[in-house]
Design a protein around this ligand. Structure first.
Ligand code: ZN
Length: 229
């Protein structure tokens, strides 16, 4: 009896291994009309952490099982290390948005490196990990200075214009109408309207077949295209 059980579990292992092998080996072949390639987008939030809205945004992301990316400002992040830890626990990515939210295109190189290094140290202190990505405030940094930065620059391809409209419905519309595979969506965890728009944005995008990724995941999937430069 024991021998039969052993044989059956061995046979099950062989069958599962074969199934896994063929699943992996077939790869792209799985894509068909019934099984189209997945579409991915990244939600990104700049300028936080905010004393109230960032935690609430994280609660929505947790409830809806979505990982997003937060480009945090160092002098705010050092006041709310527990918020950064919560981001990490929710598998969100934390990016560097300088220490004082300075315009890097108007900053000399040594100060640029200081701004980014100091913000990275704050992120490391809070989470035990250095960021892999940064977003220059206003999306601006001189080409020659960019080469000296040891992180991947991430801009955006869809601007929610939340900073401009501060209107929930307009934020939803701006995102949903422009989104496509590989989009990086710019939002700010600094406005109530963004917080209020978020559940509907996630639901609408999910309904349209999008999966949510962090910006580094999007880069690994080679989905990043059309980056503003
Ligand atoms: Zn910013």
């Amino acid at each position: 009896m024991k021998k039969i059980k052993k044989f059956l579990s061995f046979a099950a292992c062989v069958i599962i291994s074969f199934a896994l092998f063929f699943d992996i080996a077939s790869g792209e072949d799985n894509i068909s009309a019934e099984n189209p390639p997945k579409k991915y987008i990244a939600l990104t939030f700049d300028d936080g952490p905010h004393p109230r809205y960032t935690d609430k945004i994280l609660d929505i992301l947790a409830e809806k099982k979505v990982a997003a990316t937060f480009f945090v400002v160092g002098d705010r992040a050092e006041i709310y290390p527990e918020t950064l830890l919560k981001m990490k626990k929710l598998n969100c990515e934390i990016g560097n948005h300088t220490y004082n939210h300075v315009d890097l295109s108007k900053t000399r190189k040594s100060a640029i490196l200081y701004q980014l290094q100091k913000c990275s140290e704050v992120i490391y202190e809070a989470t035990g990990e250095y960021p892999l990505v940064y977003r220059p405030p206003f999306g601006r940094i001189r080409k020659e200075d960019e080469k000296a930065v040891p992180m991947r620059k991430i801009l955006w391809t869809v601007d929610s214009l939340d900073w401009n409209t501060k209107n929930k419905d307009k934020v939803i519309r701006n995102v949903v109408k422009s989104v496509r595979d590989g989009s990086i969506i710019l939002m700010h965890d600094f406005y109530r309207s963004t917080l209020n728009a978020l559940p509907e944005i996630i639901d609408e995008l999910r309904k349209a077949g999008y999966e949510f990724a962090t910006v580094s995941e999007l880069a690994a999937l080679k989905k990043i295209s059309n980056l503003q430069d």
